[in-house]
Design a binder for this molecule. Structure first.
Ligand SMILES: [Zn+2]
Length: 443
């Protein structure tokens, strides 16, 4: 369905399905028919697809919110869900994500028990919550239910190739609480062969696993491919289950555009400390990956924005851009970020969190304004000024700085003075040079 006389506004996911639509009032859209409405406009009446009502809530304004789970031949589809808003029984908006699924069977090869054993092997905890009787007792009392049990129950779920990166798969999904180390993990196990498909910690600020240069030990999310961890993840960006990819790559001191020599940062464990080689060379990739996670979380939590383009756009960052270069930039044509290592005289690596927010901010500005580069001095100044503001917002939001830290570059500049100050813009000489020349991407 394209934008037509029926819709006031409409947006699409990367896979082409409708992520949001606001409709003109029409008696042809009755909330009592939400399911057939979704099936026709979202799933093109695909016979294997259904939508199951999960929850209905009426808010103080009388707007009814119905939440639906997408299913494929009766099996839930991972992350596939829509909310339908209606006023006086007439649907006025829908929002969510649809996956076109193709599976030859919804019968698992692997039993639930075998899948759970594999899941526990992939998690590798020494003790799980259900193995501890005092934790079980505590859980029963918290749930006010004598039958409550921390032992995980598996459910079959259809997972799109957009998530598996290969093909649509039938998986077992478990929520597993481990005691030692403590974590709550959602894990997807391939129901055909027991392979790990995805593993996410549900604990905010999970166990620190990355020793960043500027911010000490922090938690980062990664991806496991055939036993190797890489700096790649799908980060949840909205309450309805949308996500955007954060991918941090090694550009190996090259500067060709588009990049030609990028490789993954790899680690055979998910602990990225000084045992990871070559830690002393690549450590700041951890700062950038963690920084971009915080940028994404800031914009999704505070501004309900789904990545820079509000459409789940990948955040692709190339580390080691050029050789010892004082550079950090947003590339508007190819939509990626490049971060340099600094010359070691004026600049350390340009991977602090305000730089992450600043460069992402250029992407946001481009998406929001259809900016093409250097159209006017005023445009460039607005673009740079807003990016500095976003950088400071992200920095203070994620580090919960008290008092507020208004300085740009206090980590990455060697022998500060800092690069710029938002509380006292005239403090550093660079302010006037940057602003008068209005150089986008000077940093
Ligand atoms: Zn800039």
């Amino acid at each position: 369905m394209g934008q037509n006389s029926d819709t006031i506004s409409i947006d699409f996911s990367k896979n082409g399905s409708i992520s949001f639509a606001l409709f003109k009032p029409s008696s042809t859209r009755q909330s009592g028919n939400s399911i057939s409405f979704l099936k026709s406009i979202i799933a093109n009446n695909n016979s294997a697809t259904d939508f199951v009502l999960v929850k209905t809530k009426t808010d103080q304004l009388g707007i009814v919110h119905q939440n639906f789970q997408q299913t494929f031949n009766g099996v839930n589809v991972y992350n596939g869900n829509y909310s339908v808003h209606s006023i006086n029984g007439i649907i006025d908006a829908i929002k969510g994500k649809y996956y076109s699924i193709s599976l030859s069977s919804t019968t698992p090869v692997l039993t639930e028990t075998d899948a759970l054993n594999n899941a526990m092997n992939y998690i590798g905890a020494t003790t799980y919550a259900w193995q501890d009787s005092s934790l079980q007792a505590f859980y029963k009392s918290r749930m006010n239910n004598l039958n409550a049990n921390l032992f995980p129950t598996g459910k079959l779920i259809a997972v799109s190739k957009e998530i598996t990166s290969t093909e649509d798969k039938l998986c077992w999904i478990f929520n597993i609480t481990s005691k030692e180390p403590f974590d709550e993990i959602t894990i997807l196990i391939d129901a055909a062969n027991g392979n790990l498909i995805q593993k996410n910690s549900n604990i905010c600020n999970g166990t620190p696993n990355a020793y960043t240069k500027y911010y000490g030990m922090q938690h980062i999310d990664t991806k496991n491919i055939s036993g190797l961890y890489i700096l790649d993840e799908l980060r949840t960006t909205t309450a309805t289950g949308n996500y955007a990819r954060i991918h941090t790559l090694n550009n190996q001191n090259n500067s060709a555009t588009p990049p030609i020599s990028q490789i993954e940062f790899t680690n055979n464990t998910n602990i990225w400390d000084n045992n990871w080689q070559p830690f002393h060379v690549d450590q700041t990739a951890l700062d950038a990956h963690w920084g971009m996670e915080n940028v994404m979380d800031y914009f999704s939590t505070v501004h309900q924005r789904n990545s820079y383009d509000d459409n789940g756009g990948d955040v692709l960052t190339y580390m080691h851009w050029d050789l010892n270069k004082n550079t950090a930039f947003w590339n508007p044509n190819f939509k990626f970020i490049g971060l340099g290592d600094g010359d070691g005289k004026k600049f350390n690596p340009l991977t602090d969190i305000e730089t992450c927010g600043h460069e992402f901010g250029h992407g946001l500005y481009q998406a929001a304004t259809n900016w093409t580069t250097h159209t006017s001095v005023e445009n460039d100044a607005l673009n740079e000024g807003l990016s500095d503001i976003w950088g400071i917002c992200v920095k203070n939001w994620s580090l919960q700085t008290t008092p507020i830290n208004w300085e740009i570059g206090d980590k990455m500049m060697i022998n500060a003075p800092n690069l710029r100050s938002l509380s006292n813009p005239k403090r550093w000489v660079r302010f006037s040079i940057t602003r008068l020349l209005c150089q986008p991407n000077m940093v």
